[in-house]
Design a protein around this ligand. Structure first.
Ligand code: MRU
Length: 361
C-alpha cells in the first residue's frame, strides 16, 4: 500500500543487513515514523509496546527477531532463548507462536554457521507469503462484497480495530476486501469504530485517508445504533486466533459488535490467514486473553491545539481499572470466515473443507 504516494510495507530488512525497519504505530496517526530495530531485545520491546501490532505482523516481526538474534550468536542456546523471549511478548495472537515454530523447524536442524543467513531468508519468506495470503483474502472477500452490493454497487460496511495493511505486511486481512472493492469501483463507505482503549480505529482511519476510502470514525458505543438502523450491510473484522470450532478471538469489543449484528440480521465476517487458525485449540474458551497495563485506559494520547503530541491522564491513579485486550466471538455469531483459500463457515467442518491437510493434525 502507499504512504504519501510511496509503496510501503510495514516491515523490511535494513540496507546494512543488521537491523529491521518498522513503521512505529504508536506515533500514528499524528506522525509517520520509521524505527530501526537492532537486536532481539528491541524487537521484543516493539511487539510488547505495540510499535508493531496486528496478528500477522506480530508473527513476521518475531521471525525477523530470531534472525537478528542468530546474527549475533547462532548456537542452540541463542535460538532457544530468542524463541522463548519472543513467545512471551503477547499471548493471544497465535501467529506469533506459528511463526516461531516455523523458524525453529527451519533452523534447529542446521549447523550454527548456516543459521543466521537461513533465518533472514525464512523470515523474508514468511513476510512475502503473508502479502500473498492477504491479497487472496482480498479477492475472496471481493466476491462476497460484490454479491452484497448487487446492482447498486453500494456497500456500507463496519469494521473494528485495525485489520488493515498496518496489521500485516501489506493489504491487511479484514481491510483487504475493502480495498479490493474500492479499487474495483464499488461505492464503499466504512464505519470505523474507535476501539478503546488503544484506539486502533485511528490507524484504520489513517489507512483509509491514505488510500481515499470513504469512511467515518464512530465511538465504539455507536455501533449498535447504526446496525439497528440498517446503516450497514456487513461487519468485517480480523482475528488474533481462530479455534478449531470456529470461535474467534479478536480485539476487545468485537463480541459486542457480533451480538448487535446478529440482532440486526447483518452478516458478520471474519478475515484471517491460515497462520491465525489454531487447530490445536478446541474452542474459544481455551484461548489466552491478554490483560494489558491499566495506563492504557488511564492515559490518552493526542495533539494539543499547537499540534504538539503528548499524553493526558484522564483517570485518577486510585481508580481500579481492568484492561482485557481481546474477547471471543462464538462461531454461531459469525456468518463466514474469509481465508486465502476461500470462504467457509465458522465451524470445524468449514475450516477443514479449506484446510483438509489439518484433518489428522
Ligand atoms: O492489540 P492489537 O492491535 O495487536 O490487536 C489487533 C487485532 O485485534 C486485529 O483485529 C487482529 O490482530 C487482526 S489483524 C490483521
Amino acid at each position: 500500500m502507499k504512504v504519501n504516494g510511496v509503496i510501503t510495507r510495514t516491515i523490511w530488512p535494513a540496507d546494512d543487513g543488521r537491523a529491521v525497519e518498522i513503521i512505529d504505530q504508536t506515533a500514528l496517526p499524528h506522525a509517520y515514523r520509521v524505527l530501526r530495530l537492532r537486536g532481539l531485545d528491541q524487537v521484543a520491546q516493539a511487539i510488547r509496546g505495540m510499535r508493531v501490532r496486528g496478528a500477522p505482523l506480530i508473527g513476521v516481526t518475531a521471525a525477523y527477531g530470531v534472525a537478528l538474534a542468530l546474527s549475533a550468536r547462532a548456537d542452540d542456546a541463542s535460538l532457544a532463548g530468542a524463541i522463548a523471549t519472543l513467545a512471551a511478548t503477547r499471548p493471544t495472537a497465535v501467529n506469533l507462536q506459528w511463526a516461531l515454530a516455523r523458524m525453529q523447524a527451519a533452523l534447529a536442524p542446521l549447523p550454527p554457521a548456516l543459521r543466521a543467513e537461513a533465518a533472514w531468508r525464512e523470515a523474508a519468506r514468511i513476510a512475502d507469503e503473508d502479502v500473498e495470503q492477504c491479497r487472496l483474502i482480498g479477492q475472496h472477500g471481493l466476491s462476497l462484497f460484490r454479491e452484497l452490493a448487487g446492482d447498486s454497487g453500494r456497500l456500507r460496511l463496519m469494521t473494528h480495530c485495525n485489520a488493515g495493511w498496518l496489521a500485516t505486511v501489506d493489504h491487511g486481512t479484514a481491510l483487504a476486501p475493502v480495498y479490493a472493492a474500492f479499487d474495483a469501483g464499488l461505492d464503499v463507505h466504512v464505519w470505523v469504530s474507535e476501539t478503546r482503549p488503544r484506539n486502533q480505529g485511528l490507524l484504520t482511519a489513517w489507512e483509509f485517508r491514505q488510500h481515499g476510502v470513504p469512511h467515518a470514525l464512530i465511538a465504539d458505543n455507536a455501533a449498535g445504533l447504526l446496525l439497528a438502523r440498517g446503516a450497514c450491510q456487513a461487519v468485517i473484522v480480523g482475528a488474533d486466533r481462530i479455534a478449531a470450532n470456529g470461535d474467534v478471538a479478536n480485539k476487545i469489543g468485537t463480541y459486542l459488535k457480533a451480538l448487535a449484528a446478529s440482532a440486526a440480521k447483518v452478516p458478520f465476517y471474519v478475515a484471517a490467514p491460515r497462520s491465525t487458525i489454531d487447530f490445536a485449540c478446541a474452542s474459544g474458551a481455551a484461548i489466552p486473553i491478554e490483560e494489558r497495563d491499566a495506563d492504557e485506559l488511564r492515559v490518552v494520547h493526542g495533539a494539543d491545539a499547537a499540534g504538539c503530541v503528548g499524553e493526558l491522564r484522564q483517570v485518577p491513579l486510585d481508580v481500579a481499572v481492568a484492561n482485557p485486550a481481546f474477547d471471543v466471538t462464538p462461531a454461531a455469531l459469525i456468518s463466514g470466515l474469509i481465508t486465502e483459500r476461500g470462504v467457509c463457515s465458522a465451524s470445524r467442518e468449514g475450516l477443514l473443507s479449506l484446510f483438509p491437510e489439518m484433518r489428522d493434525g
